[in-house]
Design a protein around this ligand. Structure first.
Ligand code: ADP
Ligand code: MG
Length: 136
């Protein structure tokens, strides 16, 4: 567990998380709205060579970026669950050549293979955030 006190520090944690990733790895990122999930993923994407803006997917469930390897960024916040959805919904994002970051993974967890890391973020007063990284 570690504590950050600015978005830049959380991005730096993301960069460290990215360092150990290999193609096909999936990273689950959980925490309340505003906890810093997208911020941490932005830092990870930068470290993976992504130069384009890294923002929350809003009108789609995900973004696909080109870094040193393909990087997928999914946000499943608005999905109630995967039951009623097209079973191939996530297939374009979870490819063998890509690293994938998944915000709000709870409902999708059963279908996510190759989960390498689980990151949790919590508010800790003001700009403080507590971050846990668990290797699986
Ligand atoms: P989420 O994706 O979890 O909803 P975001 O990363 O989109 O969260 O937003 C986090 C917000 O909190 C941003 O506005 C960011 O600037 C702010 N913030 C303040 N302190 C921190 C911190 N220590 N780490 C990450 N974000 C922070
Ligand atoms: Mg987000």
């Amino acid at each position: 567990m570690e504590r950050t006190s600015s978005p830049a520090e959380t991005e730096a944690v993301g960069a460290r998380v990215a360092a150990g990733l290999e193609p096909g790895d999936v990273v689950l990122v959980s925490g309340e709205l505003g906890a810093g999930k997208t911020t941490l993923i932005r830092g990870a994407c930068r470290a993976l060579g992504v130069t384009e803006p890294v923002t929350s997917p809003t009108f789609t469930i995900g973004h696909r970026y080109g870094g040193r390897l393909p990087v997928s960024h999914l946000d499943l916040y608005r999905l109630e669950g995967l039951e009623g959805e097209d079973p191939g919904l996530l297939d374009d994002y979870l490819t063998e050549d890509a690293v994938a970051f998944v915000e709000w993974p709870l409902d999708a967890e059963p279908v996510l293979e190759r989960v390498a890391l689980r990151v949790g973020l919590e508010h800790d007063g003001g700009d403080g955030r507590l971050i846990t990284v668990r290797r699986l």
